[in-house]
Write a protein that binds this ligand. Structure first.
Ligand code: ADP
Ligand code: MG
Length: 141
């Protein structure tokens, strides 16, 4: 699916719509795009739609931020791999535990470095800046 977004809230609406698929199930989302494309903005919309009240910021100095999904025993793990290099296995960056928890949702910014290590069923999203506030958002499958 391919979407056009003209502002932050349209990007967050697209994220909200995707979050509905995860109401009762976990999964992994690889969120690609350059700096400033809108990956964190997308994650904010996704988290808000799940009822998460905590502030979603780019987890730049810690790799992972963990947010409980209200009224559930499930978690949203927000991961940012921007600063990591030469990753050859998931255990070495400590994220295999989350990925193995079938119930949790894992959103990964800068997943390019570990794409080949992620399960086949990973949802891949690419956000591209077209100009100013315009973004193209591609979700596959
Ligand atoms: P990333 O996490 O990809 O580096 P951020 O979400 O932190 O990007 O930042 C995206 C920036 O682009 C924000 O300042 C946001 O206000 C701006 N922006 C402008 N238009 C859009 C849009 N259509 N969708 C998402 N962000 C947008
Ligand atoms: Mg970010």
């Amino acid at each position: 699916m391919e979407y056009k977004s003209k502002n932050r809230s349209q990007t967050q609406k697209i994220a909200k719509d995707l979050s509905q698929k995860f109401k009762n199930t976990g999964g992994i989302i690889a969120l690609m795009g350059d700096l400033g494309a809108g990956k964190t903005t997308f994650t904010q919309g996704f988290a808000k739609a799940l009822g998460i009240k905590e502030k979603i910021i780019s987890p730049t100095f810690v790799i992972t931020r963990q947010h409980q999904i209200p009224n559930t025993n499930r978690f949203l793990f927000h991961i940012d791999l921007y600063r990591l290099e030469n990753i050859t296995s998931l255990p070495e960056i400590g994220i295999s535990e989350f990925i193995d928890q079938k119930n949790s949702i894992v959103i990964i910014e800068w997943p390019e470095k570990i794409l080949n290590l992620l399960p086949d069923e990973t949802i891949k999203i690419k956000i591209e800046k077209i100009k100013n506030n315009e973004r193209k958002i591609k979700i596959s499958p």
